[in-house]
Design a protein. Structure first.
Length: 318
């Protein structure tokens, strides 16, 4: 089959179209005909060698949507012809979605929401699973006052919606007025990143979707004995504010079940819940830019120079 493969670690041009072998699904696995692969920032870190979790196949792409072509022994939740989506591979030990077909663990999949184009569903898994894990770890509930650093990004939009659905009052930061309007559209009160540092109000629960300076902002926004959750704890951080205010700090890494094999069923359950919430009109899907997979190197380059403004899906166009 055809696939976009990183031939080595390096710049975006290491992503090359090539032929790779496709096997049959083993026990508990599903073979998909790929409709689309969702792009995520972690893909660029894996490609560049910053995150040393590249799949042996060299085929990236954690998020996928597609049609079931075959099921392995023991798989009863899916049948040939089902439209599915999942956080399904693209890391060590697991082929990714930038290919014509993909074999993955059935536990990492769910039936796709019917109210969203199947291609758009590929934008959801990493962002949504991360948001579910944030909401669970912080135990967001009615009466909570939540601040989201980077609320107009994919994870930010999803956690804003989940927190509001759970009864919390959400304020989120964004980079400009257009993105502030997006925060409002997804249920939050919006402020500019530059204005957040001048806030006198503090919050009992704070989410950081950036890392680096975003985490420092999150620590500043939290009230004494509050909780802060970050999705990017890499690097060195000044934790004086965390100590001075006796904060609890959570690190969220939604790909961990793919790497260690533990808790994969939770991903499938969360994606099934997400599909129902979207189809019931309780959550919105993400705004999407769709391009062909032949643009994958360009998408990586655009992201790295800060020119990717929408959640992007790569359509299978072999």
């Amino acid at each position: 089959m055809k696939a976009w493969k990183m031939i080595s670690a390096g710049a975006p041009d290491v992503l090359q179209l090539t032929d790779i072998e496709q096997t049959l699904p083993a026990v508990g696995e599903v073979l998909l005909r790929v409709c689309a692969a969702g792009f995520n920032p972690i893909d660029t870190k894996i490609r560049a060698g910053i995150a040393p979790i590249a799949p042996h196949s060299g085929v990236l792409g954690c998020d996928v949507s597609g049609i079931v072509e075959a099921v392995g022994p023991g798989v009863t939740a899916f049948a040939v012809g089902d439209a599915v989506y999942g956080l399904a591979g693209g890391v060590k030990g697991m082929q990714g979605a930038l290919a014509e077909t993909m074999i993955t663990d059935a536990a990492l999949l769910a039936h796709a929401p019917v109210s969203v184009p199947l291609s758009d569903a590929a934008a959801l898994p990493v962002a949504a699973v991360t948001a579910f894990q944030l909401a669970e770890r912080l135990r967001i509930q009615t009466g909570d006052r939540v601040f989201v650093v980077g609320a107009s990004g994919a994870v930010g939009m999803m956690i804003t919606q989940l927190a509001v659905l759970n009864g919390a009052e959400v304020t989120g930061s964004a980079g400009d007025d257009k993105r502030k309007r997006r925060v409002v559209d997804f249920g939050g009160t919006a402020v500019l990143h530059s204005d957040a540092t001048g806030f006198t109000q503090q919050f009992n629960k704070v989410v950081d979707t950036f890392g680096g300076p975003g985490l420092q902002t999150a620590l500043m926004m939290a009230e004494p004995e509050g909780q802060v959750a970050t999705i990017n704890a890499r690097g060195e951080h000044e934790l004086g504010a965390a100590h001075a205010k006796a904060l609890t700090l959570h690190a969220i890494f939604s790909l961990l079940p793919l790497l260690n094999g533990h808790g994969r069923e939770r991903i499938g359950r969360q994606l099934a819940e997400l599909a129902k919430l979207i189809d019931d009109g309780k959550l919105k899907s993400l705004p999407v830019e769709a391009v062909g997979m032949k643009e994958v190197a360009n998408v990586h380059a655009r992201y790295e120079r800060g020119a990717l403004t929408e959640k992007t899906v790569l359509l299978a166009d072999f």
